[in-house]
Ligand binder design. Structure first.
Ligand code: FES
Length: 143
């Protein structure tokens, strides 16, 4: 079995799939390597991510990493969510095969894009907070 039990579980029963129609921030990113796309919706109240949902046209590893990432950021303050790296998501899933590591970047980037969208909607420049990120993972350092 190349996938851990946790990956299989999150792939078979992904958490937080769907849309939030009245989201406070929405981020959409594409994976340059495979063409898959990911959309993430956030509800934010007083700096806390109170709800998160995602939709993806992505592979199983993208589904599993997004599912885990949404579980890890739900209920967290924005600044803590921003510290979540794709490496931490992979660790929480007990690892991913090397060829699938790039898939995990989709969730991290979509979350950052959604948080940036939230700040922009509130008239705040997100760059100093969210940092530079790419909405396609060409910049991703994992190969
Ligand atoms: Fe596209 Fe995994 S192959 S996200």
């Amino acid at each position: 079995m190349i996938y851990s039990e946790k990956v299989m579980d999150h792939f078979a029963n992904p958490r937080n799939v769907g849309e939030i129609p009245d989201a406070d921030g929405v981020g959409e990113v594409g994976n340059a390597k495979c063409g898959d796309i990911m959309k993430m919706y956030l509800k934010i109240d007083n700096g806390i991510i109170t709800d998160v949902k995602f939709k993806t046209f992505g592979c199983g590893a993208a589904v599993a990493t997004s599912s885990m990432a949404t579980e890890l950021i739900k209920g967290k303050p924005i600044d803590e969510a921003l510290k979540l790296t794709n490496k931490a998501v992979i660790e929480a899933l007990d690892g991913l095969p090397a060829a699938k590591l790039h898939c995990s970047v989709l969730a991290e980037q979509a979350m950052k894009a959604a948080i940036a969208d939230y700040y922009r909607r509130n008239g705040v420049d997100p760059t100093p907070i969210v940092g530079e990120f790419s909405t396609d993972c060409q910049a991703c350092k994992i190969d």
